[in-house]
Design a protein around this ligand. Structure first.
Ligand SMILES: *Cc1c(COP(=O)(O)O)cnc(C)c1O
Length: 731
């Protein structure tokens, strides 16, 4: 490296590169890139909630120039930018090799929500996080892929809890200029504006592009001056308002999304509906074909060939239904264009088209309008087949054409930065003895064609975890301590802020909250009632006894949002916070407010046990438990969704067996008893069985087993390939 200062041209190149990097979410799964933004202003990094675009606005052009005269810093910026450019222009991707046709005619993936990163809170929960992870892996794989969603300028709600321990919601306005969004422009440099017909109105919208590595995701935004206020507010909030808002949002998403793609000159080979919300896109495809001169029957059949559908839940409330009146009102103009009567239209959304008492179901429209459909785990596939058997008269449940692809997570995006570095170091550098013995090539870093994005998802990579010559029990245990400590310090910071708000400055010593040596059990997800957040406290006295055991301490960290209109979910939150303040659980149970992907990342890495106790079979897949394995946190879960496939007896803990009773009361009773039994007979004894060195060998063996068996399987690198093989490439 030379000592002379950077030339003006070099400086300009690095500055431009940093701005480009900040507006591509690739940086969110690259540790070195994150550290550059963090280092520019550590305080803003924390206060602005890890927002790279905002950091670059905080730091003046002059400061940036001065900072880049630090050779080491400039060198790291240069190398990250180099890696970024290499990623974007990589010629030999999985997609190029296996799905070259999708380069010209990509998959258009429609989802009402996308969860990418904490700075863009436009997801309500797991569905959106899955969509975000799908897009990230599509990019890593180099697949022809475009996402479509809405830009909710107030996003999903932020959660606080008031004096009565009752969830309250507030919203903050998102400013596109401070976010990794780029306006989609027409050739004159003006926002590209398209429109859809809603009720009797023409509703205009523009779009924002999120760069997810190589893949664009377009967010439709109806906040246009041409629109009446009520239509400008259509894209205000994620699933905001009543069913009228809902149907209008879905018209915008489905029909507007197709129109935006056409305006961009994109001809997708497949339209993938992630949940039924986007199913109106099938009507737009039919309308296009009618306009091109096809007869209705052909238009329906041909549009069906272009679509696939993923259903995500057996929970009834998860399937949008609209009344005949609402359909008639909201889709009046569209019906005219489709030359369909309201009866014909309603028929498309009914199991029995003639049945006038049936409402219009978006899932039914999606199933009828797709050439293939799938659930998100093996069990959920089965459940969906029996749920929708009525749509396929004459077929047995097994013949119902709904398959399954089990969900995954985007591994690099979820793996905490220091952990990523830890595994890379451990698996990269061969000990001198190994090299001397000519065994160096067993080590990953010496492999030809190394590619961490790819290799970290492979079985061969994680199989090394089973081999103590790569990493000792002591090192894994040290990592666990480090991650638990990071979670506890994060929780103390958050609880201090929560406490200050409620106590008006009363002093509470948050520095002693939670015990860094204690077995830490985490539970965080949406507080939908079927997930039964308070189940473990049903046997409160017994739990209190366990907590009282000073030799084998136990503690709980909870987080999660209830839907704004779900009072029962809010009562669950209230109950748990009440227990954390006014019972013997005080100090050993905390509730962290405002669950989001950042809180999730702290918890799935820092906890020892990830608790999941849904009412089977309602958890179609669940993904939060998949985020834990690479960090050495173990699952303790009902055999529902993905865990029914993941659990093998050695890699975590199961609550109950592969069955469930019909009665809900019986199920709750049985599950709570089983949960308590596994906890006291397996989890706690294994965690506290320490040898002479103080290391819980059997616990660590389970961690290794989870890494080898779960990490390479339950990721979106595998999942997106499966979608490509089964549904995107094959027709
Ligand atoms: C992963 C994740 C979810 C999904 O959790 P489940 O256990 O699958 O319900 C929900 N919300 C956030 C913020 C997540 O990160």
């Amino acid at each position: 490296m030379s000592d002379k200062s950077l030339s003006g041209a070099e400086l300009a190149e690095l500055v431009t590169g940093l701005h480009r990097l900040a507006r591509n979410l690739w940086w969110t799964w690259n540790q070195e890139a994150q550290e550059i933004f963090q280092e520019l202003s550590p305080r803003c990094w924390q206060n602005l909630y890890h927002n790279a675009v905002a950091i670059l606005q905080e730091v003046s052009e002059y400061e940036l120039h001065v900072r880049l005269q630090d050779h080491d810093f400039a060198h790291r910026v240069r190398s990250v930018l180099h890696e970024f450019e290499a990623y974007l222009s990589e010629p030999e991707t999985w997609g190029n090799q296996n799905a070259p046709k999708l380069v010209k005619n990509p998959v258009a993936y429609f989802s009402a929500e996308f969860g990418f990163h904490e700075t863009l809170p436009i997801a309500a929960g797991g569905l959106g996080v899955l969509a975000g992870d799908h897009a990230k892996s599509a990019s890593d794989l180099g697949l022809g892929f475009i996402g479509i969603s809405l830009f909710y300028r107030e996003g999903y709600f932020q959660q606080t809890v008031n004096q009565d321990n009752w969830q309250t919601e507030y919203y903050t306005l998102l400013n596109p200029r401070n976010l990794p969004l780029e306006p989609v422009l027409d050739p004159r440099g003006e926002p590209l504006v398209c429109s859809v017909e809603i009720a009797m109105s023409q509703v205009y919208f523009q779009a924002w592009r999120v760069n997810v590595g190589r893949c664009p995701v377009y967010l439709l935004d109806s906040n246009r001056p041409e629109n009446e206020q009520r239509f400008r507010d259509l894209t205000l909030r994620v699933y905001g308002g009543d069913s009228t808002t809902r149907i209008m949002q879905e018209i915008l998403l489905g029909i507007g999304g197709v129109r935006l793609l056409r305006a961009l000159g994109v001809q997708p080979s497949t339209f993938h509906m992630n949940e039924g919300h986007a199913a109106f896109l099938t009507l737009e495809l039919v309308r296009e074909k009618l306009a091109a001169g096809q007869i209705l029957r052909d238009a329906l059949a041909n549009s069906k060939q272009e679509c696939i559908f993923t259903t995500h839940t057996p929970v009834e409330a998860g399937h949008d239904r609209f009344s005949t009146d609402l359909m008639n009102y909201a889709l009046l103009k569209m019906m005219g264009q489709l030359k369909l009567s309201i009866q014909d239209l309603m028929g498309l959304g009914r199991v029995k088209p003639e049945n006038e008492s049936e409402t219009f179901c978006m899932t039914v429209l999606a199933l009828k309008g797709s050439r293939a459909a799938n659930g998100v785990s093996e069990l959920h596939g089965q459940v969906s087949r029996s749920m929708w058997q009525g749509l396929y008269p004459g077929l047995t449940v097994d013949q119902v054409p709904i398959g399954y692809i089990t969900n995954g997570i985007h591994l690099l995006g979820w793996m905490k930065g220091p952990v990523r570095r830890f595994w890379r170091r451990k698996l990269s550098s061969p000990p001198a003895e190994a090299v001397a013995a000519g065994e160096g090539t067993r080590f990953w870093a010496l492999k030809p064609g190394l590619n961490w994005n790819r290799d970290m998802n492979t079985k061969a990579f994680w199989e090394r975890m089973g081999d103590p010559s790569f990493i000792s029990d002591e090192e894994i245990w040290a990592l666990r301590y480090k991650l638990r400590r990071e979670l506890i310090e994060f929780a103390r910071r958050r609880l201090l802020i929560q406490g200050q708000r409620l106590l008006h400055g009363d002093f509470i010593s948050f520095d002693h909250l939670l015990n860094p040596d204690a077995l830490t059990i985490g539970f965080a997800r949406r507080f939908a009632t079927y997930k039964r957040a308070p189940l473990i406290f049903q046997q409160l006295e017994d739990i209190v006894k366990l907590i009282g055991d000073k030799q084998r301490p136990l503690q709980f960290v909870f987080a999660g949002k209830a839907h704004p209109r779900d009072d029962e979910g809010k009562r669950f939150i209230q109950h748990i916070i009440h227990l954390s303040k006014y019972t013997e659980l005080k100090g050993s149970l905390v509730f962290i407010e405002n669950y989001d992907v950042h809180v999730a990342r702290q918890m799935v890495s820092g906890c020892d046990i990830w608790l999941n106790n849904p009412r089977r079979p309602l958890e179609a897949s669940g993904t939060s438990g998949q985020k834990t394995s690479c960090h050495g946190c173990l699952n303790l879960s009902i055999l529902d969704g993905w865990w029914r496939e993941g659990y093998d007896g050695t890699n975590g803990f199961a609550i109950g067996d592969d069955s469930h009773p019909d009665s809900i009361e019986e199920q709750d009773r049985r599950d709570s008893t089983n949960l308590f039994r596994v906890l006291t007979e397996e989890v706690i004894p294994t965690f506290y069985a320490r040898d002479a060195q103080g290391v819980p060998r059997k616990w660590i063996a389970k961690i290794r087993s989870a890494m080898v068996t779960l990490v390479p399987q339950f990721n979106t690198w595998r999942m997106v390939q499966e979608y490509a093989d089964k549904y995107y490439i094959k027709r």
